[in-house]
Design a protein around this ligand. Structure first.
Ligand code: GDP
Length: 437
């Protein structure tokens, strides 16, 4: 899971072949590649993939108001893209004309900005002729990578270099494992009682996770969903009910270690809260751990047999107020009497579904269009484009003019609308803003 897709921008002086290179990378060749100075098109963002890494590719070619743009303005513009948006910049130059003063000016700005730059030299008639590209070492951007955007030569090697420089993203929930559901909570809230019930009820296969330092025992459970579909999950026991962990049960250090490991391993954590005691600091701290790990959270109000219904409603409101970034859904149960326990795994499965949701691009675009039409962004900011840039947890990026001018409360408006529409409860929904022009 990532903070959205990394961004790769192609920059360079006019007519070095930026758009050809972008189209070549995207694998959709344009029939005509105009050679006239100042040929522009809309600035594009597109998803691209190389060697198993996905990224957003930005073509700055469309940003140039063509020949009218002075060198200085061009350089400023490209540096801005470098600093504000891209994780890696491909600085494209033209072997037939360069290195030119424009190339050198762009190189200076990029180096000053501290951007991660890969230098590429386009239009080499003979890519094996090293003397040609050696001249470009003078730009100070390291090894010049020879390419022919038009013929596709060298583009693979260039992309190898680009993806090797992409930032590491936060470690994803391991996909080859069963999706995990962790039962977490302070001591004595009822975790063990609940686990024993769930395992009894689900005729689960208990299997110890081998080699983990956290001693978390995993049990395979199967959940029957609406419509008779079955889904399998790994239930993670942080209470130390399981055999191997038993030794350390009750020892705070080990239980904290187990909980941390389980939270990272699990897509969904279920926070067991004692309804008599309410949401106390220790509960909120565990919730924050889930939030920081970028996972999904549900709250189980346990011991409902001991409190009146009004207390449950009060606690439900409290959860929404005290965990505003997660808005976790709440389920009231009694682990002791078994009331509501049959709903626990379907509840977790629902959270998992929201966590891994993929919203079709056109649908998202339409919905965001409608939201911005219903409630126009203030200060003349225009939202041009919205895209889901990650899943598990879901991440979204908005491209807007002057994103710095968009007030926080407008972002909250969009976040809340997305959350409601796609039932994205229990996860943080940080919208990332990027500038489009
Ligand atoms: P853990 O430390 O979180 O694993 O908590 P336990 O499962 O050991 O439970 C702590 C105490 O709370 C035990 O005495 C349980 O019997 C009791 N308990 C657990 N769930 C409930 C419940 O739903 N209602 C009531 N009344 N007691 C419960």
């Amino acid at each position: 899971m990532s903070e959205g897709l990394p961004v790769v921008a192609v920059v360079g002086a006019p007519n070095v072949g930026k758009s050809s290179l972008v189209n070549r990378i995207l694998g959709r060749r344009r029939a005509v590649v105009a050679e006239e100075p100042g040929t522009t098109r809309d600035r594009g963002y597109a998803r691209a993939e190389w060697a198993g890494r996905e990224f957003l590719l930005v073509d700055t070619g469309g940003m140039e108001p063509a020949a009218r743009m002075g060198l200085e303005a061009l350089v400023t513009l490209q540096a801005r893209v470098a600093v504000e948006e891209a994780d890696v910049i491909v600085h494209l130059t033209d072997a037939r004309t360069g290195p030119t003063e424009a190339d050198a000016a762009i190189a200076r700005e990029l180096l000053r900005s501290g951007a991660e730059v890969v230098l590429a030299v386009n239009k080499l008639d003979d890519p094996s002729d090293d003397t040609e590209r050696y001249r470009f070492y003078a730009l100070g951007e390291g090894e010049p990578h020879p390419v022919s955007a038009l013929h596709g030569i060298g583009v693979g090697d260039l992309l190898d270099e680009v993806v090797s420089r992409l930032p590491e993203t936060t470690p994803p929930v391991e996909e080859d494992l069963l999706p995990g559901i962790a039962i977490i909570g302070r001591p004595n809230v009822g975790k063990s009682t609940l686990l024993n019930r769930l395992l009894g009820q689900e005729r689960a296969v208990v299997s110890e996770a081998a080699g983990t330092t956290t001693d978390v025992v995993e049990s395979e459970v199967e959940v029957e969903l609406d419509g008779g579909l079955r889904e399998r999950f790994a239930l993670l026991d942080t209470a130390g009910v399981g055999r191997r962990a038993h030794r350390a049960r009750g020892v705070p250090y080990y239980s904290a270690l187990r909980t941390g490991g389980a939270i990272r391993r699990a897509a969904v954590s279920l926070l067991v809260v004692d309804a008599v005691e309410g949401l106390v600091a220790g509960d909120l701290q565990l919730a924050r751990q889930v939030e920081e790990a970028g996972r999904s959270l549900g709250v189980l109000l346990n011991k409902r047999d001991l409190v009146p219904a009004s207390r449950l409603r009060e606690l439900e409101e409290q959860a929404a107020v005290r965990l505003p970034d997660l808005k976790p859904p709440v389920l009231a149960i009694s682990a002791l009497t078994g009331s509501g326990v049959e709903k626990v795994l379907p509840f977790a499965a629902g959270l998992h579904r929201a966590f891994t949701a993929k919203i079709p691009t056109h649908e998202l675009a339409e919905y965001v269009n409608r939201l911005t039409a219903d409630n126009t962004p203030p200060r003349g900011v225009k939202i041009r484009y919205a895209t889901q840039t990650g899943t598990a947890p879901p991440r979204f990026t908005l491209f807007a003019t002057r994103p710095g001018d968009l007030p926080e409360n407008y972002l909250r408006y969009l976040e809340n609308a997305l959350r409601e529409r796609y039932e994205l409860y229990g996860v943080t929904l940080k919208l990332k803003l990027k500038s489009s022009r």
